[in-house]
Design a protein around this ligand. Sequence first.
Ligand SMILES: N[C@@H](CCC(=O)N[C@@H](CS)C(=O)NCC(=O)O)C(=O)O
Length: 199
Amino acid sequence: MSKMKIYSAPGSRASRVMWCAREANAPFELVEFPWDQLKSPDFLAINPNGKVPAFADAGMKLFESLAINIYIAKKHSLGKLYPTDPVEEAQVLQWSFWAVGEIEPNSMPALLFAIGFSTDEAAAKAGIPKLKAPLTVLNDHLKNHQWLVGDKFTVADLNVSSVVGTIRVGKIDMSYAPHVEAWLERCFARAARNPESVE
Ligand SMILES: N[C@@H](CCC(=O)N[C@@H](CS)C(=O)NCC(=O)O)C(=O)O
């Protein structure tokens, strides 16, 4: 059986998919494209959005990092990384969609500015106050929970910490959310995560 393929570019968020594959003990082949090749016909045939990560497994292709992670977790780690209970499964989706909808649009401009991929300082600053409400929701949940769903680390923690981690890379203060900071440390201390990750 051929290994699943994870397509990346150097230092990209494909690191979160590799983290998930390692958590799920699922062997993978890493295929790296240079950044300037993501709009090439060869790469567009893999992901028509021209973005990484992209993914291929058993004749199928996928894009969107968090969806790829959900697929890997369900296929390779059912009952561990991916819950079997329908309510908990819905909570995995709830938190993953929440992270993309409520956190990422406001954290990414600051991250891109911090790592020199963007010069738009105004956009970087504009997102920061908008993070307070969703981070407070997460902080309140984590006051009484060690992990986001059920009582163990799941793909919900992996997905959401990867997105919330962009806040840290963007050097945005989140000391008003200490339970989030502590949970982020718990997630990022996982042996399967690459400490070099840029989220
Ligand atoms: N929502 C997508 C976003 C993918 C994305 O924006 N990836 C960046 C790298 S971290 C990219 O490929 N950028 C190249 C470009 O936008 O041209 C996901 O999470 O997979």
